[in-house]
Design a binder for this molecule. Sequence first.
Ligand code: SAM
Length: 292
Amino acid sequence: MSVKVEEVRQFWNANPCNSDMSYEADRRRYFEEITAKRYNGRDWHIPTTAQFEKYAGKDVLEIGCGIGTDGFEFAKRGAHYVGIDLTENSVALARERFELFNVKGTFKVVNAEAGLPFESDSFDHIYSFGVIHHSPKTEAIVDEMYRVLRPGGTVTVMLYNRSSINYYLEIMFLRRVFRLLLYPQFMPNLLSKLTGFDEWKLKGHRDLMLKNPNPTKEQWISMNTDGPYCPLAKVYDKYEAYELFRRFRDVRQEVWEFNTEHWSLIGKIIPLMVARTIGNLWGWHRMIYAAK
Ligand SMILES: C[S@@+](CC[C@H](N)C(=O)[O-])C[C@H]1O[C@@H](n2cnc3c(N)ncnc32)[C@H](O)[C@@H]1O
């Protein structure tokens, strides 16, 4: 059964991306803490790949801006920034962030796969990090990106990488084998204590396994990326990504991010340089850079 964009909207509206990375009561400190954790943690590579400073004075559109963490970095450095997202709650948080720090930006709640509400050839750069693989009509969003980009304009897009440790080893092998351990009711709690993994996620996986013991491949991938209740996530290898961006020119790809948090004790002892090298070989984030 194919996933409807409404299910995607409901999920992300209830769980604005990274909004739980801080519990600071002071709203400025709340957003600052999320930014610091994002760029000093497992997503340390974003400033390198997004190149925020390169787009000062340019018209930048972000598709799936979430709570505006990366968008804020573009806008703060002088980009004319427009952020769109499927969900009202994300857009409200992104707006709040910009207003608190007095940074200019425009926001709209938009389902990008239903068409972007902008003239053709109106942006110099489009940025989209971890978004279009969550949408049922990914191809339609890429077509719209092409339409609203000016000739010579560029895109930077992050897609989940099929050719990764996350996909082949973790999602398709280890999680399938170890999910059987979750049958006894006490196991989510015990496993969480032993491994440090989130208990609510383990409980969620147990509940889903009891409700739907034989998920389809699409369902299995989706429930093993952004938490058990994420309705849709897709993965792309190099060739699938080239195919998706076939209308663009100068398409270049890189992979980044080995998430050590998924590896319990191993993740804690592995040297940073090794983790980063693994990330550049079989990481979870496939970065696509291309031009119109
Ligand atoms: C994993 S979050 C990433 C958010 C942000 N880019 C970040 O890195 O923090 C995915 C976001 O994509 C948005 N999204 C999913 N499908 C979308 C669509 N069809 N149109 C616009 N936004 C969409 C969701 O609402 C959610 O905010």
